[in-house]
Design a protein around this ligand. Structure first.
Ligand code: ADP
Length: 457
């Protein structure tokens, strides 16, 4: 169905928090009316207030609200929305949901069910990538059925290895094992955990590579057969495989590496006729060898760093592409200006092992000034509900180079006041003062090492 974005009037946002506000902003600029859906816990949220219309779709629990397909489709019918933007998380990578939208003649702002399926299951994605010649981390060919199988693969590729849930995501469903004894102890548990968390017990095995960087390439495909890339983001500053800080360009990235990784990511997108915004994630070793780990078929939390260094609006681009328009930016190497860093500010207490900290935001005083962007749904008096993701705000800072961006980030974090709930702000600020971080010597093991020398405050 190709309507053209200008003919289209109303879009429903099947999400909450900062990303729902981000999508509302893009729609306002495109002249599209918005419908917010919200749970009872979110009745006083900004996304419900700032959308043109809003509908309560159920109680606090995500399964009875933001994940309930029938209620969301009913909200579309009641309001006459023509499209759904799923944001990230919730239904964003649910192939059935994309298909239901297509069958109901609702434009899903994202790829079709086949494209989501090709990448949603990580073991299948690995196989698909291997078939089209994209390098993957050494590991099992497809799924690992039982412990015997796991032992034979692990001894072939060598320990340590990682057991990964094929349906896993958000840094969950992964376990590192150092030897055969640990593998024997962990294999069944990882399968059982995968079943209970993701509803699917399938696992596969990869070699565990330490001292590695997480570098991902933003790609975009349109329905005219074009797939382009918009450079990379380094997301190596992680705790428990969850991203805390992301930046673009990646420290140490050369234009030759960007060209090569960009071409590989485009090849991955073309291999599945990809349409929409997607992220091809790689692990990069100190020698510059890179290996595919997974592809996310949606807008990422960290998309603003790419927006800042390319000057593009990725959410508007997603909407245009979903309505059949051609990509608005030119082919060839993307033009990257300056440096951008995103800090994820979560409602959790770093001094108490990052314990979640829901509650009332008694004071909210955001930072400002040149090179500061803040994507957040907070306000003074906002109640942080305990039912959802702990992300409160994304502080995105930019500068003409990495050093300037770090200094801006540090001062912005230090002048950012959130009282009433504990946040990761002091921890992030301390990271910006760390020598290894400042020199760009960060790999996926950095946060763990940093925490050993970190003085809690
Ligand atoms: P998720 O979908 O849960 O985000 P990913 O497969 O993207 O999972 O991996 C998340 C993080 O886990 C990576 O950024 C990296 O730090 C770590 N990781 C994943 N696979 C490996 C591996 N084979 N070796 C070392 N670290 C890995």
């Amino acid at each position: 169905m190709i309507w053209g974005v200008l003919l289209f009037k109303k879009l429903l946002i099947a999400n909450r928090g900062e990303i729902a506000l981000r999508i509302i902003r893009a729609c306002k600029e495109l002249g599209i009316k918005t419908v917010a859906v919200y749970s009872e816990a979110d009745k006083d949220s900004l996304h419900a207030r700032f959308a043109d219309e809003s509908i309560c779709i159920g109680p606090n629990s995500p399964s009875e609200s933001y994940l309930d397909v029938a209620r969301i489709i009913a909200a579309v019918e009641i309001t006459g929305a023509e499209a759904i933007h799923p944001g990230y998380g919730f239904l964003a990578e649910n192939a059935d949901f994309s298909e239901i939208c297509e069958r109901s003649k609702i434009v899903f702002i994202g790829p079709n069910a086949d494209q989501i399926e090709a990448m949603g299951d990580k073991a299948t994605a690995r196989e698909t990538m291997q078939q089209i010649g994209v390098p993957t981390v050494p590991g099992s060919d497809g799924l690992v059925a039982d412990l015997k199988d796991a032992k034979s693969i692990a001894s072939e590729i060598g320990y340590p290895v990682m057991i990964k849930a094929s349906a896993g995501g958000g840094g969950k469903g992964m376990r590192v094992v150092q030897n055969e004894e640990e593998l024997s102890k962990s294999f069944d548990t990882t399968q059982a955990e995968a079943k209970s968390t993701f509803g699917n017990s399938d696992v596969y095995i990869e070699k565990y590579i330490s001292e590695i960087r997480h570098v991902e390439i933003q790609i975009f495909g349109d329905s005219h057969g074009k797939v382009l890339h918009l450079g990379e983001r380094d997301c190596s500053t992680q705790r428990r495989h969850q991203k805390l800080i992301e930046e673009s360009p990646a420290p140490g990235m050369t234009s030759e590496m960007r060209r090569q990784m960009g071409e590989t990511a485009i090849m991955a997108g073309q291999g599945i006729d990809y349409v929409g915004a997607g992220t091809v994630e790689f692990l990069v070793d100190p020698e510059g060898n890179y290996y595919f780990i997974e592809m996310n078929t949606r807008i990422q939390v960290e998309h603003p760093v790419t927006e800042v260094v390319t000057g593009l609006d990725l959410v508007k681009e997603q909407i245009r592409v979903a309505f059949g328009e051609a990509l608005s930016f030119p082919s060839g190497e993307p033009s990257i200006q300056g440096h951008a860093i995103e800090f994820r500010i979560n409602a959790e207490d770093p001094a108490q092992n990052f314990m979640p900290s829901p509650g009332c935001v008694e004071t909210f005083q955001p930072p400002g000034g040149p090179g500061i962007r803040l994507d957040t749904h907070l306000y003074t008096g906002y109640q942080v509900p305990p039912y959802y993701d702990s992300l409160l705000a994304k502080l995105i800072v930019s500068g003409s180079n990495r050093e300037e961006a770090i200094v801006r980030g540090r001062h912005a974090l230090d002048s950012f006041v959130i009282e009433g709930v504990k946040t990761s702000i002091p921890f992030l600020s301390d990271i910006t003062r760390d020598d290894d971080f400042m020199t760009g010597g960060v790999d996926t093991g950095f946060v763990e090492k940093f925490m050993q020398r970190w003085v809690k405050r």
